[in-house]
Design a protein around this ligand. Structure first.
Ligand code: NAD
Ligand code: ZN
Length: 376
């Protein structure tokens, strides 16, 4: 078991990481709120697997329980589902002393978190993340949001929970691709802050509970220093500038977030190499690790102009300059602000090279399937 305290301007709260925690949230909730009601928001997949033990634990701890399961998936992280959640909270007669529990992946965490932030101007929130992405990233840091037709995460709030309860055993039922998706973020933490985490994953000596613990500590420390995402927290964007651009340019249909970040991290290494910041030995190590988790390495055949447009669209929120996150070595990152005149030719060069690599890889794969060589 480990406990990490997150200090923020609005409150301090604890993140507990413990195998088997999904079966005992009731005893912790009793310490967090003075109310007697709990509404558990989940999705249909997670509800089927974990809702019963969670409700049982709250019931045994003396709470009145209610639950709502939304359909699973990003497509439902929208204002219609949010309205149904508000209705469920109203039907459960939840008051500001009571507790909303977000039981599920990042979609449930973001949506139920935003519902808690806004229902009756804010009710208590307990995060119980069940996907690796949610355990190491979305449940920590207090960002909540829903998607709008004009963009992802466009409406939301910073809203810190009363506590986060993480049960690494829940990851046993997570499909392999989803695990790999979250691993991209774990690898990212290794890259920017934790060389030991990186090398233990390389040597396959890290178990999930330990990796979750290390990752959460890094995110919690960064959030503590920069609650509202203006400085240090930018380091968490390593691999995300081009990762987001790839997601956007492929209309969020071709890659999961972690997959796009995996591609983006390799590209960020190339950018760093060109700027003389990242040593050449870094990229091969990263590549081997991403391969180990069967994460994609190559860029999709998307035209440069679409990538630059997507980078530009993302950048609007950040002001004039683009803040590139670059590695000085495994375990250490720096922020390099570049003007448009500086970053456009650089990205152009790297994207063009990466497209050539994609084409070469396609030829190797075709030769291999025709009975020729092997793909390394
Ligand atoms: N708030 C933040 O800081 C932040 C950070 C990163 C990501 N996010 C958001 O998180 C979302 C992505 O999260 P995600 O990858 O967890 O997606 P998700 O919530 O859709 O979960 C992925 C899938 O796994 C299933 N699942 C979850 N836990 C499971 C388990 N233990 N066993 C079996 N199946 C399980 C879900 O039902 C779903 O089908 C995005 O909307 C993204 O914007 C937010
Ligand atoms: Zn991410």
């Amino acid at each position: 078991m480990s406990e990490i305290i997150v200090r923020t301007s609005s409150k301090d709260y604890s993140i507990r990481i413990q195998n088997g925690l999904l079966e005992q949230p009731g005893r912790y909730a009793a310490r967090l709120i003075s109310g007697r009601r709990v509404a558990v928001i989940s999705d249909e997949t997670v509800a089927e697997l974990y809702l019963s033990p969670v409700l049982k634990s709250f019931y045994q701890a003396g709470f009145k329980t209610a639950s709502f399961a939304m359909p699973a998936g990003e497509a439902h992280k929208n204002i219609r589902t949010l309205e149904r959640v508000y209705e469920a909270l109203y039907a459960a007669e939840l008051t500001r002393k009571d507790l909303v529990v977000a039981l599920g992946g990042g979609v449930v965490g973001d949506l139920a978190g935003f519902a808690a932030a806004t229902y009756q101007r804010g009710v208590r929130l307990l995060q119980m993340p069940t996907s690796l992405m949610a355990q190491v990233d979305s449940s920590v840091g207090g960002k909540t949001a829903i998607d709008m037709p004009f963009g992802k995460n466009m409406v939301g709030a910073f809203y810190q929970p009363q506590a986060v309860l993480i049960d690494p055993l829940a990851l046993r039922t997570l499909p392999r691709e989803r695990l790999a998706d979250g691993m991209a973020e774990v690898i990212k933490y290794g890259c920017i802050k934790d060389a030991e985490l990186f090398s233990k994953i390389e040597q396959q000596r890290a178990d999930l509970e330990w990796m979750v613990d290390r990752s959460v500590r890094i995110k919690a420390a960064v959030v503590r220093q920069d609650e509202y995402d203006t400085g240090e927290r930018m380091l968490l964007n390593f691999g995300h500038t081009l990762g987001h651009a790839i997601e956007r340019a492929t209309e969020y249909t071709q890659y999961t977030h972690g997959e796009a970040v995996a591609i983006g991290m390799r590209l960020a290494c190339r950018l760093g190499e060109k700027l003389g910041v990242t040593p050449e030995a870094v990229r091969p190590r990263l590549t081997r690790l991403l391969k180990q988790w069967r994460l994609p390495l190559h860029v999709p055949p998307v035209e440069l102009s679409r990538i630059l447009a997507a980078v530009g669209a993302d950048k609007k929120h950040l002001g004039d300059k683009l803040n590139l996150i670059l590695l000085t070595q495994i375990g250490e990152a720096v922020i390099r602000p570049l003007t448009r005149e500086e970053y456009e030719p650089l990205i152009a060069e790297v994207w063009t090279e990466a497209l050539a690599e994609t084409a070469a890889d396609g030829r190797t794969a075709a030769a291999a399937s025709a009975g020729g060589g092997s793909v390394q």
